[in-house]
Ligand binder design. Structure first.
Ligand code: BGC
Length: 380
């Protein structure tokens, strides 16, 4: 009997997660377990939750709802953590480029941090040059969420709650957010987002996992093959704010309609790529907004055989090729992360939607519930 199975029977460190994360022992399911991860400077406790189901193992922090690690097997059954992260809460607070975090109240950028809603102008917290990025200086990624573990039928998961008060980071209305992370018996990771408000506001929640299907710290993702079911993307200005145009991907490096290695065109002399230092754009998904999650992207690492399939009901997908990783951060495996060592695939509404009447609306009004779901399916 393997060490991890003994641990499950002993009921400790729940869900078959032990310090040793390598090996081929299949992750057993069980009730999510919580341990103290660290404390913020003001003494607030940050917990780490461990859960496993269907062969997938997940570690989640109450700080930012951060996915600290996500372990899946390769084609030979060898596990690796495929999400970039840190070992210590201090690193998340001091220098995380949103590793694994929940993003809100508005994912990606709002130009100059300004928008007008029902005739009223709002000024948001500006934290990316002149623009507001990922909810401003203290976005949902830097908040401590209330977390509850659950099991339901064959599912294992976490409910995460955060209340963003009226005026926080400049946004109108008190927003009550609930995010559910579910690991299914197939080992899929599903995210269900919900929010309500007491004043009209804008909302665009997403998850900012940095994927490397070869394992975090294993080097570049340029060999990964990516497919995105989108014929158009939203070009940006030099501050990465969409110009409002929906440009065709055909005949450009942005065409991922058929599986293509990320490295193939990443150094193309296309002005949009030169400006963004790689890919950092929103793809307008062909399916548009849908009632339930539909498949929109596949990522595959030919070396390990690991695959990630993403399904969403959202209209957009931000593909960010880890352009700003610069070798100054050391991850959970003790190695530094350099440019292109991971990529993000953020299901979302289009960036800067509040300032573009031709983009799908991100307005949430009192009495309505914001609901969106994204499903990550893994294979090898
Ligand atoms: C953005 C990048 C940004 C990164 C933060 C991504 O979602 O598109 O421009 O640098 O988040 O690390």
């Amino acid at each position: 009997m393997s060490m991890s199975r003994r641990t499950v029977i002993a009921g400790a460190a729940a869900a078959g997660l032990t310090a040793a994360t390598a090996g081929t022992a299949r992750a057993a399911s069980g009730r999510p377990a919580r341990e103290l991860f660290g404390r913020l400077a003001d003494g607030t406790k940050v917990y780490r939750w461990s859960l496993a189901n269907g062969g997938t193992r997940l570690r989640v922090l109450s700080y930012g709802g951060v996915v600290q690690s996500l372990e899946i097997p390769d084609r030979r059954g060898h596990y690796a953590n495929v999400a970039l992260g840190f070992d210590a809460i201090e690193d998340y607070v001091a220098s995380s480029p949103y590793f694994g975090a929940l993003i809100g109240r508005y994912g990606n950028r709002i130009g100059k941090g300004q928008f007008t809603l029902d005739g009223k102008s709002y000024q948001l917290s500006v934290n990316d040059g002149v623009n507001s990025l990922h909810g401003g200086a203290q976005g949902f990624d830097k908040r401590v969420w209330d977390v509850e573990g659950f099991t339901s039928g064959s599912d294992v998961g976490l409910h995460l709650y955060y209340i963003s008060v009226d005026g926080e980071m400049g946004y109108p209305g008190t927003l009550r957010a609930k995010v559910t992370y579910t690991l299914t018996r197939h080992g899929d990771w599903r995210i269900d987002y919900e929010a309500t408000t007491d004043k009209a506001t804008v909302v665009n929640l997403t998850s900012h996992v940095y994927w490397n299907l070869g394992g975090e710290g294993s080097g570049t993702i340029e060999n990964h093959e990516l497919t995105i079911a989108a014929s158009r993307y939203t070009p940006t200005d030099s501050g990465l704010i969409p110009t409002g145009e929906l440009a065709k991907v055909a005949g450009t490096p942005f065409d991922f309609r058929g599986a293509k290695s990320i490295g193939r065109d990443i150094r193309a002399a296309h002005p949009q790529q030169v400006q963004a230092k790689g890919y950092d754009h929103n793809w307008a998904l062909d399916k548009g907004i849908t009632a339930g999650p539909e498949h929109v992207a596949t990522l595959r690492d030919p070396d390990s055989g690991r695959t990630l399939r993403i399904a969403t009901d959202q209209p957009g997908l931000q593909f960010y090729s880890g352009n700003f990783l610069d070798g100054t951060l050391t991850g959970t495996g003790g190695r530094t992360y350099r440019q292109g060592d991971a990529l993000c695939l953020e299901t979302q509404h289009f960036p800067d939607s509040p300032n573009h009447a031709n983009f799908p609306s991100t307005v949430l009004r009192p009495g309505r519930t914001y609901r969106t779901s994204t499903l990550h399916s893994f294979g090898a």
